[in-house]
Unconditional design. Structure first.
Length: 345
């Protein structure tokens, strides 16, 4: 079946379609808010009665300022979530794409040209599975991203974004490269690859014509899984107040500080919200539910891709077995028609 037909079947799968539509509508709403409303976030510092007298000060619960209330500086949480969705999902997609592409290139190079080193490299890389990625990111990003209150920031927002993208990408390259390399090693042992080698196919030809079309569905599944991993890593960094694009520290009073995300990115809010979970619980739960829904949508897309791609592989294998049985039966009939000529003498 052609690639176009496979993707057409994929977009008809209910699991994949439901997850894809949720993410598409969320991103569309985020871009519409930025383009038509200029990314403005309403701020409610106080509430007044009918006579114009101030009755209460923020933050406000969803009952006072629907639908999700306000944060500690009075910003509408629902609008912040819509505004920051494109940054959170966009960062996760960009980092996941870079991880998969770079890891696929490294895995292909090791499998084709440095296969003798695989046993040594794999033993070294396996150690990265036991080191928390959030801890490494914190050690590498803390001095660049976090600017203490009252100090001058020496880095621009663009420099912080590029550096953070770089760290978030390379932190998973060793393990992802090993995973894709193992998949490639398995594919190279398949019968049709061995046949292509026997027929004189070069490494580049086999990689381009046989390996890449076969592993492409697996790379798509790996891409969605890496996107989920990046979202979880952003949540962990949010607890450390390491926010994408930089952390703006505001002093609310003598004993309380607020860590504000410059880009309204979701992970920048979840660390602050967790510190106020005992008193202003709506802040944390609205963010937790938002992250959960996005991760759930990505999981639905992953399950849909696995169902479609595995079904396609099963159908292709079944057709191949039928072809082999048919060829075998034909060869048996042809063999039965042979007769040996004996010398009468």
């Amino acid at each position: 079946m052609s690639t176009r037909a496979i993707f057409k079947r994929l977009f008809k799968h209910p699991l994949f379609l439901s997850g894809f539509l949720f993410l598409f509508l969320l991103l569309a709403a985020s871009f519409i808010h930025t383009i038509f409303f200029h990314g403005m976030i309403p701020v409610t510092n106080s509430l007044k009665d009918s006579e114009g007298m101030i009755t209460s000060f923020g933050p406000f619960s969803p009952l006072d300022v629907p639908p999700l209330g306000t944060d500690e500086v009075g910003r509408n949480i629902f609008v912040i979530l819509i505004q920051g969705a494109k940054y959170t999902i966009g960062i996760a997609i960009l980092v996941a794409g870079l991880r998969v592409m770079i890891s696929a290139i490294i895995g292909a190079l090791f499998e084709n040209y440095l296969s003798k080193l695989n046993q040594y490299v794999s033993g070294l890389v396996n150690g990265f599975y036991f080191i928390p990625a959030a801890l490494i990111c914190y050690l590498l990003l803390a001095d660049v991203i976090l600017t203490p209150y009252g100090e001058v920031d020496v880095y621009t927002i663009l420099q912080k974004m590029i550096f953070q993208l770089f760290i978030l990408t390379i932190i998973a390259i060793p393990t992802t490269s090993l995973l894709i390399g193992n998949q490639l090693h398995h594919i190279y042992t398949l019968e049709f690859i061995q046949s292509a080698k026997t027929l004189g196919g070069s490494r580049l030809h086999i990689l381009r014509k046989h390996i890449f079309p076969y592993i492409f569905p697996q790379l798509l599944i790996q891409f969605t899984q890496e996107t989920i991993k990046v979202l979880v890593l952003l949540i962990h960094l949010g607890f450390f107040h390491l926010l994408f694009g930089g952390t703006q520290v505001q002093q609310l009073d003598e004993n309380e500080m607020a860590y504000i995300s410059i880009s309204s990115e979701w992970s920048g809010m979840i660390g602050n919200a967790f510190t106020h979970i005992s008193g202003w619980s709506w802040m944390f739960f609205s963010l937790a539910v938002s992250f959960t829904l996005v991760i759930l949508a990505l999981n639905l897309m992953t399950k849909g891709m696995e169902a479609v791609f595995l079904e396609e592989n099963y159908t292709a294998g079944k057709d191949m077995n039928k072809h082999q049985k048919k060829t075998t039966s034909v060869s048996k009939r042809e063999d039965s028609s042979f007769e040996f000529i004996r010398d009468v003498e």
